[in-house]
Design a protein around this ligand. Structure first.
Ligand code: ADP
Ligand code: ZN
Ligand code: ZN
Length: 803
């Protein structure tokens, strides 16, 4: 008798444990740990993960597994164990830990099919399958089940003759366009022309078009070409002469590019010094964490590439994480250029189906290098030789939903298993990592200078209060304007950076100061010019902009603040001849838009690139000689203990965009807080001094890296219920921890209400509390059971965002 332990896809406290199921005879050779199965659970059938196989169970009456979903495990042994670790570390349900490791396609709706492996002919298969595949190119999984072919298929799959694939039902809407065609023949069209009154010029234009072309055409294109309105078409459609219909158009933004192959560059002395300890760790199979600290352009990526080369030569695999935002073609090309087809790329620009294809290349060991954003840390390699995290300070490495993991912790956990090195790279390491390097927990490697000793750009800080005093009300200081004009004359390029976070354009009454807030969340609505609407970024609420102020009925209610659109408008007024490319969520929403805008800029199709944080990274164009930061301090005032660090990192990063090549660069930082150390030190690009200053602040206020944090957030529709529950929880935490721990709260969360739920927090600061995990689990258990009272409790261990 074979029995499978299964974690079922029912995320709740009571079901967060394995259930035993009998493996029916017919599947007994097939089902293995790490496979997904369908099992009966209560009255329903649910998905589950097999975590182990055994021969005995303490339960007497076992139900049977209905069917396997996979022919090979989707989670290997190591990943199954990693799931246990994730569950323990982040206090999440086991099912979430497993699901987060798989590509979306394996979670989405999909159809499972059996296909011939490439190069295999139907004649190569056993007779039963042969006749089927002679007539069809794919078999539905349900068909395979129905005809009892699964074990046969599994054997053929093991021999490499068949494959099981998932065809994802795209959740992304297909793109459709409206076409218009003529229903009349030439004769009828001519007759109609004659009947039309002389003043019906527009209709004549359209009819004349169809007299000359009998092909359908996109409606939009024709209205633009003939400069006619949709009303004209409406009339002709009503007369039965034309007809509109929709067709699907094929999108292919990532056409197959060929990559220029590169070979390893002779390393500089500094690079040599940095790579040697890494190679040594690879050579001796010793796990070690390296912090590669080097300014932008100091040659870190070349060090990554050569370390990976070594790993590949040893027959092992590499995972490279880069922030989603810098997963640009430029970055990807560097890896593809060096390792060609051995590279799989996982990023959010791919459709679910494309991502799944990349994941399968990894699973089938067709590639050796996985490059991707946060979730690529779960790449299903089985012989990892190195894990690299570029821009290790980036907040996007922390997942904000369950499981709330940090990719760095996962990287170190996996690397320990494989006895391999982890490289954390950054020009502005997180305080935590640099502190660990200072204490020799991490091995510090430095690349102190840029390649060829190029000077860092010169940075000037402009006090915007002075500008105001001098009568300049524009968002451009006099100096920045002067330099922009200068670059325009010289034909050099500029980048203007607007930090949008915490400073988006909201709608305010100029008379009484009333700000339009979301009715569900305590936060202002963001103005979107496209469509003239306001949106809530937390709950999605939308509303048109009011014409008069609801408070004082003034008509002077309008959007306020400096969105990128507004900057673009103002730039158009003061430098009308400048060609501007704007990059923000509005202009880069469509697939491939990001790349297109960047390559236009690279090709010199614009003088100024204007954007939000998304342009802060990865940009490396020779002709950029000026970087302007319009408002450096917008992030400084966020209620977050990392706001100084983030400001420093961002300003340093942005400054690094100028003068990366022959032409020297200049940077202008505009600010209302020119005396703040994070701005002054970003100006002098002095990481070490910033580190020391900020460490003092952190020590004083008991923040990381001196203390660990955990945050408990309690939400309820009623304010009092949220407060009193948080109060009880805080009291309980205090009673369980040592008096070295600091327990703060209940306090209203920085965003005190989201989606009509009040939010209260309890913040725990601690150094070493062996009791903490147990305490937090008890709290979660308790509230799972009591969740009928409408209370939601979530816990973030080592939070990155305190909202
Ligand atoms: P980082 O990753 O630190 O920003 P890169 O690795 O991108 O730095 O290096 C900056 C530039 O210097 C790149 O154009 C790269 O091709 C070049 N470079 C790096 N290492 C070398 C080397 N050893 N010899 C010559 N050029 C190099
Ligand atoms: Zn008003
Ligand atoms: Zn809202």
């Amino acid at each position: 008798m074979r029995i499978a332990s299964v974690i079922v896809d029912v995320p709740a406290k009571q079901t967060d444990k394995t259930f035993d199921y009998l493996i029916p005879e017919q599947w007994s050779d097939i089902i293995q740990p790490g496979m997904r199965v369908i099992v009966p659970f209560g009255p329903r059938n649910v998905q589950g993960f097999v975590t182990g196989i055994k021969t005995e169970s303490e339960f007497v009456k076992l139900r049977e597994i209905i069917e396997p979903m996979d022919l090979e495990p989707v989670l290997n042994k190591e990943l199954l164990a990693l799931g246990d670790w994730l569950t323990e570390q982040t206090l999440c349900f086991k099912i979430f830990a497993y699901q987060v490791m798989l590509p979306a396609a394996l979670k989405a709706k999909y159809e499972k099919k059996v296909i011939l492996a490439s190069g295999v002919q139907p004649a190569d298969l056993p007779a039963t399958l042969q006749s089927f595949f002679e007539q069809n190119d794919r078999m539905d999984w349900t068909q395979a089940l129905h005809h009892g072919l699964v074990s046969l298929i599994q054997r053929e799959a093991a021999n490499g003759r068949l494959e099981v694939v998932y065809e994802v039902k795209e959740r992304v809407k297909k793109k459709r366009v409206k076409m218009v065609r003529s229903l009349a023949n030439i004769h009828e069209l001519e007759q109609e022309m004659e009947k039309l009154p002389a003043n019906a010029e527009k209709q004549k234009l359209v009819l004349n078009y169809y007299l000359q072309h009998d092909q359908p055409i996109e409606l939009k294109q024709l209205t633009e070409e003939l400069k006619v309105s949709s009303a004209t078409f409406k009339t002709l459609i009503e007369k039965g002469l034309l007809k509109t219909y929709e067709v699907e158009v094929y999108r292919n933004p990532f056409e197959n590019k060929s990559f220029e192959r590169t070979s390893p560059l002779p390393l500089t002395q500094a690079q040599q010094g940095a790579i040697e300890p890494i190679l040594n760790s690879i050579e001796t199979n010793q796990h070690e964490v390296f912090l590669l600290y080097g300014v932008t352009g100091s040659g870190k990526t070349e060090v990554y590439l050569q370390a990976i080369q070594e790993v590949i030569e040893k027959g092992k695999e590499a995972i490279v994480l880069v922030p989603e935002i810098s997963l640009t073609p430029q970055m990807v090309n560097r890896f593809k250029g060096r390792f060609g087809d051995l590279v799989a790329v996982l990023h959010s620009g791919l459709s679910a189906g494309e991502k799944y294809d990349e994941w399968r290349k990894i699973q089938r060991k067709e590639v050796k290098v996985a490059v991707g954003a946060r979730s690529a840390i779960f790449a299903p390699f089985e012989n990892i030789g190195i894990i690299i995290i570029d821009e290790e300070h980036e907040t996007s490495y922390k997942q904000e939903d369950m499981p709330r993991y940090h990719a760095k912790d996962v990287a170190i956990e996996r690397a320990k298993k494989y006895n391999c090195p982890v490289i954390l790279g950054s020009a502005t390491p997180s305080l935590e990592s640099f502190a660990r390097a200072q204490k020799n927990v991490y091995h510090l490697l430095s690349l102190p200078t840029r390649m060829n000793n190029q000077a860092l750009p010169s940075v000037e800080i402009i006090d915007m209060r002075e500008e105001l005093r001098a009568g300049n009300r524009s968002m451009f200081s006099r100096k920045l304007f002067e330099l922009l004009k200068d670059r325009l004359e010289k034909g050099e390029q500029s980048v203007l950076f607007l930090n949008k976070r915490g400073h988006s354009s909201f709608v305010m009454c100029r008379d009484c100061g009333y700000v339009v807030n979301c009715p569900n969340c305590d936060i202002s609505l963001t103005y979107h010019r496209a469509g003239g609407i306001m949106k809530c970024h937390y709950c999605g609420f939308e509303s048109p902009v009011p014409r008069i102020c609801p408070e004082c009925t003034s008509e002077y209610i309008r959007y306020f603040g400096t969105g990128t659109q507004k900057v673009e408008e103002e730039l158009g007024k003061i430098l009308p001849e400048a060609r501007v490319i704007r990059m923000d969520v509005d202009t880069t929403g469509r697939k491939g838009a990001h790349e297109r805008l960047l390559s236009d800029f690279q090709d010199g199709k614009a003088d100024v690139l204007l954007g939000t944080q998304m342009i802060a990274k990865g940009l490396d164009f020779p002709n950029i000689t000026l970087v302007g930061v319009l408002s450096a301090d917008t992030m400084l005032h966020l209620p977050d203990f990392r706001s100084s660090e983030k400001t420093f990192q961002l300003l340093t990063q942005v400054s690094g965009r100028a003068g990366r090549h022959q032409l020297p660069g200049e940077v202008i930082i505009q600010t209302y807080s020119p005396e703040h150390y994070s701005i002054i030190l970003a100006g002098t690009q002095d990481y070490n001094l910033f580190y020391q200053q900020e460490m003092m602040v952190r020590k004083m206020h008991h923040y990381p890296p001196f203390y660990y944090l955990s945050i408990i957030t309690v939400t309820h529709e009623q304010l009092l219920a949220a407060v009193s529950a948080t109060e009880k929880i805080a009291g309980y935490v205090r009673s369980q921890l040592s008096n070295q721990a600091v327990v703060l709260g209940p306090a209203a969360s920085p965003i005190p209400r989201i989606n009509n739920r009040y939010r209260y927090q309890c913040l725990i600061k601690y150094k070493r509390e062996p009791n903490l995990t147990k305490t937090l689990k008890t709290i979660l258990d308790q509230h799972q059971r009591e969740s009928k009272d409408g209370l939601l409790v979530s816990i973030d261990v080592n939070p990155f965002i305190l909202m």
